[in-house]
Write a protein that binds this ligand. Sequence first.
Ligand SMILES: *[C@@H]1O[C@H](CO)[C@@H](O)[C@H](O)[C@H]1NC(C)=O
Ligand SMILES: *[C@@H]1O[C@H](CO)[C@@H](O)[C@H](O)[C@H]1NC(C)=O
Ligand SMILES: *[C@@H]1O[C@H](CO)[C@@H](O)[C@H](O)[C@H]1NC(C)=O
Ligand SMILES: *[C@@H]1O[C@H](CO)[C@@H](O)[C@H](O)[C@H]1NC(C)=O
Ligand SMILES: *[C@@H]1O[C@H](CO)[C@@H](O)[C@H](O)[C@H]1NC(C)=O
Ligand SMILES: *[C@@H]1O[C@H](CO)[C@@H](O)[C@H](O)[C@H]1NC(C)=O
Ligand SMILES: *[C@@H]1O[C@H](CO)[C@@H](O)[C@H](O)[C@H]1NC(C)=O
Ligand SMILES: *[C@@H]1O[C@H](CO)[C@@H](O)[C@H](O)[C@H]1NC(C)=O
Ligand SMILES: *[C@@H]1O[C@H](CO)[C@@H](O)[C@H](O)[C@H]1NC(C)=O
Ligand SMILES: *[C@@H]1O[C@H](CO)[C@@H](O)[C@H](O)[C@H]1NC(C)=O
Ligand SMILES: *[C@@H]1O[C@H](CO)[C@@H](O)[C@H](O)[C@H]1NC(C)=O
Length: 526
Amino acid sequence: MFRLGPLTPLFVAITANALSLPSLNDNVFLTRSNVIHWGPCDTSFETAKPIPSYPIDCANLTVPLDYTNPNSTATINLELLRIPAYKKPSNGSILFNFGGPGDDGRMSLAAGLDRFLAITGNQNDLIVFDPRGTVNTLTMSCYNDTERAQASLEYPAFSNASDTAVGTMWTSDQVLANLCHERLKDIGSYVGTAFVARDLMSVVDALDEDGMLRYWGGSYGTVLGATVAAMFPDRIDRMVLDGVDNSHEYYHAYEVEWLTDSDKTFAGFFSGCVATPDACPLARDNKSADQLESDFYSFLDNLKYHPLTDGSSIVAYPDFKNLIILDLYAPSLWPQLAVALDRLYRGNITAYTSISSLVNTSLQTTTPESVFGIKCSEKSVRTPTLAGFIPAIEAKYNVTRILGDVFVHQDMMCANWEMQAKEVYQGDFMVRTKNPVLFISNTYDPVTPIVSGKNMSSGFEGSVLLEHHGYGHASIAQPSVCTIKATQKYYHTGELPASGTICEPDIPLFSNKTWNDVMIKLNSTS
Ligand SMILES: *[C@@H]1O[C@H](CO)[C@@H](O)[C@H](O)[C@H]1NC(C)=O
Ligand SMILES: *[C@@H]1O[C@H](CO)[C@@H](O)[C@H](O)[C@H]1NC(C)=O
Ligand SMILES: *[C@@H]1O[C@H](CO)[C@@H](O)[C@H](O)[C@H]1NC(C)=O
Ligand SMILES: *[C@@H]1O[C@H](CO)[C@@H](O)[C@H](O)[C@H]1NC(C)=O
Ligand SMILES: *[C@@H]1O[C@H](CO)[C@@H](O)[C@H](O)[C@H]1NC(C)=O
Ligand SMILES: *[C@@H]1O[C@H](CO)[C@@H](O)[C@H](O)[C@H]1NC(C)=O
Ligand SMILES: *[C@@H]1O[C@H](CO)[C@@H](O)[C@H](O)[C@H]1NC(C)=O
Ligand SMILES: *[C@@H]1O[C@H](CO)[C@@H](O)[C@H](O)[C@H]1NC(C)=O
Ligand SMILES: *[C@@H]1O[C@H](CO)[C@@H](O)[C@H](O)[C@H]1NC(C)=O
Ligand SMILES: *[C@@H]1O[C@H](CO)[C@@H](O)[C@H](O)[C@H]1NC(C)=O
Ligand SMILES: *[C@@H]1O[C@H](CO)[C@@H](O)[C@H](O)[C@H]1NC(C)=O
């Protein structure tokens, strides 16, 4: 499953690696030859591919543990995955990051192989690595599985789940931040965006092409992109930043701007439903979109105090809310979500449960605490008391009703975080890159609003912001031939779309069209 984006609350059961503190390979000297030896990938990546016959390969690259200390010879291992260009010869490699922070890059690229070849135009090798903090590289995992499952039972993940949730979360987050420090203090300071930016350039160097970075970043991957571009402006060849996050906020605040359009996006679920009644059972009673939305919130508030059951499964606020959040990212799931809601409203818990499991896509990473390990160690704010933190909660509630209580847990962890990244980009993101950057923002994105795209584009000289007139998280959520052609052309020629370009998606809301239909249209018009 392709995953992208800021992560959902992490007090959820996961099936991941037990805690193991990586050793730091202290004695490996940097006398390696900077060559990447590509070989076969693990079967897990092979089986994730949407096109089974398409080749992929994998490699390891040794990079410095601590870029700030030239005396240190300690190194770490980056695990890479490559999708060779479809058209040969390759016109150079494009590096990827899918956000989170904390997404395991290799799995996401393997699973999205067809889409990423399409949006880059088939002419480049696509390369990704699991960023430090994730999977096997400086793994930011604070719990073992047993402890994590226990915590997910004991602690609420949503601050507005009850009137005791905020206090309970605050205390449990203090405990978790402390535990993370205790267990990860030896590696915590080597994880962070600036070091990953340098890892990107280490990969570029090892590839031994033209020494320039070609890049695609989505969601938090746009923070990484903006950071590497600001640190190495002369080495940027092509950079597409899709689903733009406000990097200023990311580094310096408990983020609020990213939720600007969350409610607007959710409202689209209901207006899309009403506009397509044949595909949306909720529209059956001819209610207006506003009425459907207000019915939803009445149901949600009631569910909080009166969870439903059919005698075996339980439908309660946290799981239900999780489902809604995940689906907000992906309008392709909205028709099924509407059916599930309709069954639930009518009291058919069994039918709801069978459908909801289909639309319960996972945003989980294999390294659940990596989001804190990366983000919190480089955020300049900390807050020692709950009283001092309350305004940060209120600010979110003021901006959005649907996602207001969802990311509070992340911020509380950051408020209490005890580690600090060794290097953090300190500049102002006013940058003149050697070649200009292409920004893409959706008109209706639940977590990366277009105002953030405008903000970031204004700092990057010569950049253009393409407005993708679609719903969901980043342009790939509701794809568009127009947007794809713009990125293909940019990677191929360096030419940016005209400033003010707006692209319409080619999968209407509540339609049964898929990415395949978009691919067919793309091929028939190219
Ligand atoms: C990379 O290193 C890991 C850990 O040492 C090893 O398991 C894996 O097989 C290596 N991958 C490749 C492609 O060489
Ligand atoms: C590196 O070693 C030199 C010589 O021993 C020393 O002066 C310098 O402070 C060291 N730098 C760091 C970052 O430790
Ligand atoms: C990509 O193609 C262009 C045009 O043919 C060429 O100038 C450029 O050097 C190529 N880049 C790489 C990295 O191969
Ligand atoms: C997980 O940690 C707990 C307590 O910290 C310990 O009792 C348990 O044995 C550990 N479980 C595993 C599978 O390592
Ligand atoms: C909804 O509107 C349609 C078309 O106006 C009408 O045929 C139908 O009876 C209405 N249904 C309800 C439940 O009011
Ligand atoms: C619930 O929905 C299922 C599947 O749609 C159906 O088979 C079942 O009869 C429904 N139960 C009730 C009580 O309506
Ligand atoms: C969604 O998946 C998670 C993880 O597998 C599970 O805990 C949760 O109960 C599911 N929620 C729904 C509404 O099916
Ligand atoms: C939230 O909104 C209320 C009511 O408009 C206002 O009084 C309060 O100052 C706002 N709080 C924050 C932190 O924005
Ligand atoms: C918090 O919960 C109350 C009571 O259920 C509800 O009225 C309010 O809209 C909720 N606010 C947010 C941001 O979730
Ligand atoms: C961008 O966002 C930051 C943080 O919110 C803000 O301080 C700055 O003024 C904004 N810049 C522009 C050009 O809007
Ligand atoms: C897709 O939807 C259209 C219009 O609602 C319908 O005519 C068509 O049969 C559907 N196709 C499939 C494969 O479900």
